[in-house]
Design a protein around this ligand. Structure first.
Ligand SMILES: C[S@@+](CC[C@H](N)C(=O)[O-])C[C@H]1O[C@@H](n2cnc3c(N)ncnc32)[C@H](O)[C@@H]1O
Length: 264
């Protein structure tokens, strides 16, 4: 378990924990300035994934890639028998494990400078936490025995990967027959995370045409999967009590084609 000192000083961890578990805290601070949709991203994305799942799919396992502090992972346990959250950050996975064990964890949203406040991240008792497990790992190179899933969620991960195309191409094989893959991303490709030659969009190609990540995704995914839903979902991340980031993710929901539909 991390010491209090470490947890308090992990700015990213506390910002994401606020986004995943601090809906009420954020509403109190920001609702006079922002529509409530901005505080509900984790709940809304989880709900959308559960609703989009086709009961005809017999695989009731779900995977949350880049799970961060696990908000979506725990929510998916309302529907799926087994949910795996995977993230490459030890600090995030430690928080997930603490939440799984105790149902709660203290987080420290930054107020101003070195000043912070205390907030309790809590998983409702109605949620079966025992269905969730967490893996410290790399989404580019998943464990070979991870198996297939009825639902794979990839939220705000693509634009944080070194090689998003490699990960994208691996998705259809992770999804079982009639299963779904929910990819949500604001497409903020930055060289700090992704070398420019690996960006899915946000540049002009050699013919001078605009390449957009939304279209690249459709080209790559449509071989083995069918696009069944597309929408926009806003979210906010509070940096400090008076500073926040606002974004709007595009959510694409893909359903696995049968072998016949794939032309095999
Ligand atoms: C922008 S956050 C999004 C987190 C969460 N899915 C959400 O929507 O709030 C990206 C997450 O992906 C994780 N991540 C980045 N690269 C990764 C990789 N190669 N494999 C697994 N996780 C990764 C980060 O540690 C971080 O938790």
């Amino acid at each position: 378990m991390e010491s209090l000192y470490t947890r308090k000083h992990m700015a990213w961890l506390n910002q994401y924990a606020g986004m995943h578990y601090g809906e009420r805290y954020l509403q109190e601070r920001w609702s006079k300035f922002l529509p409530t949709e901005f505080f509900k991203y984790v709940a809304q994305l989880s709900k959308l994934s559960i609703h989009a799942f086709d009961e005809a799919c017999t695989n009731k396992r779900a995977l949350d890639l880049g799970c961060n502090v696990g908000g979506v992972t725990f929510n998916l346990a309302a529907k799926f028998d087994e949910v795996i959250g995977l993230d490459c950050s030890e600090g995030f996975i430690e928080v997930c494990e603490e939440l799984k064990e105790n149902g709660k964890a203290t987080i420290y949203p930054c107020e101003e400078g070195d000043l912070d406040t205390e907030m309790m991240a809590e998983i409702p008792d109605s949620m079966d936490r025992s269905r969730c497990s967490f893996i410290l790992g790399d989404a580019h190179a998943l464990p070979s025995d991870i198996g297939k899933f009825g639902c794979v969620v990839v939220s705000c991960l693509l634009d944080r990967l070194e090689n998003p195309m490699k990960m994208l191409k691996s998705l259809p094989d992770l999804v079982d027959d009639k299963g779904i893959c929910v990819v949500s991303d604001p497409y903020t490709f930055l060289e700090a995370f992704t070398p420019k030659e690996n960006w899915l969009g946000g540049y002009l190609n050699k013919d001078g045409k605009e390449v957009k990540a939304s279209n690249t995704m459709k080209q790559v995914m449509s071989d083995k999967m069918e696009l069944i839903q597309i929408e926009e979902m806003p979210f906010m991340i509070q940096d400090q009590a008076r500073v926040c980031q606002l974004a709007v993710s595009e959510v694409q929901v893909w359903k696995k084609k049968t072998c016949i539909e794939q032309g095999n």
